[in-house]
Write a protein that binds this ligand. Structure first.
Ligand SMILES: Cc1ncc(COP(=O)(O)O)c(C=O)c1O
Length: 327
């Protein structure tokens, strides 16, 4: 269950590349989150009745956590800084009914906006600070041992279990295809998936003839922010993936029409729908990397990390912006 996604080929930026279709892992629990939350799915947590998570109301981690909670019979409390007006509005429209937010609510998630005016959060600037305060609050309650806390975006050690399985699948595939020089590319948010993958290949292929490297790019806060995130997971820099960029610093969730055009081109030429938050940046940086001649002598594998439910919110925003610029 939730493993062994297929690998396909696609023509991209003038060459053939391989695509690991983690988006096909499961209809409700696909891609990045299927890997990161695998640990929680396959293990028993006796006594646990609640999970507490946090992040954006549009995030697919909200939806995936709601699916996990439903499968496990847990109550999910998911904290957000703010729910954007269009997300709330969309939840009542036919296309919005498919969004991460509305599907999570359907699955029984409690999506809670932080009350920043409350004295409790006086000293807090970010969602992470507020979560630390709330965690203490939960811990003070009697039923502490019944609650599992999951950091934003699944950035935690538990993610290693499922990401190592992804690494093993890629290694088995590379062996079957006699590929020993491979660049794996995936866009990062927290950097957790890329880092644990790199860790897997460093630890599992040393002293072998395999030369497998993990390349990634930042979609949140630029390269220096991503490096900081890597250090939070591991101080061993040999486990830090190589960060590549196309000369731009991107802001998460912002609309970039030129990247949307690339996303549309890929959809039209391959029939593969990628996510609209991470992949337009990932595909553009990969295109730039290929065009700069890097990885010329290597096979390239791009990981499709799912997240397609978020497109129900992103696609109408992009189409509206595109229509406005054509007026
Ligand atoms: C579709 C998709 N791609 C990429 C990422 C980034 O993963 P990470 O936070 O492990 O870097 C995510 C994370 O939520 C995702 O949902």
């Amino acid at each position: 269950m939730l493993t062994n996604s297929p690998t396909e080929m696609m023509y991209f930026a003038g060459r053939q590349i391989h695509i690991k279709r983690d988006d096909l892992l499961h209809a409700d629990f696909s891609g990045n989150k299927a890997r990161k939350f695998y640990h929680f799915l396959i293990n028993d947590f006796p006594g646990v009745s609640h999970i507490v998570g946090s992040g954006s109301a549009q995030a697919n981690s909200l939806y995936s956590l709601s699916v996990l909670a439903k499968i496990k019979g847990w109550q999910l409390d998911y904290y957000v800084s703010h729910i954007a007006g269009y997300v709330k509005q969309q939840a009542n429209s036919p296309s919005g009914n498919k969004s991460n937010y509305s599907q999570a609510i359907k699955n029984g998630a409690n999506v809670i906006e932080i009350d920043w005016a409350s004295n409790l959060f006086n000293a807090c600037q970010h969602l992470d600070d507020a979560m630390n305060v709330l965690k203490q609050d939960y811990l003070r309650k009697d039923n502490v041992h019944e609650t599992l806390f999951i950091p934003e975006g699944g950035r935690c050690e538990y993610a290693r279990t499922g990401i190592y399985i992804l690494g093993k699948e890629i290694l088995n595939w590379a062996v079957a295809k006699s590929i020993n020089k491979l660049s794996i590319f995936l866009p990062s948010g927290t950097g957790t998936t890329a880092l644990y993958l790199q860790e897997y290949f460093v630890t599992q292929t040393q002293k072998t003839s395999f030369d497998i490297e993990v390349l990634t790019c930042s979609t949140v806060g630029g390269d220096s922010y991503l490096i900081k995130q890597f250090y939070e997971l591991s101080s061993n820099t040999s486990y830090h993936p190589q960060i590549v960029n196309d000369g731009n610093k991107y802001h998460f969730g912002k609309l970039y029409l030129s990247l949307f055009q690339l996303w549309q081109q890929v959809l039209n030429s391959t029939g593969i729908e990628f996510d609209l938050l991470y992949d337009p940046i990932g595909l553009n940086v990969l295109k730039h990397t290929i065009e700069s001649g890097m990885s010329n002598d290597r096979e390239i594998l791009y990981i499709h990390q799912g997240g397609l439910l978020g497109n129900a919110t992103m696609l109408p925003r992009y189409l509206r912006k595109q229509a406005l610029t054509h007026l």
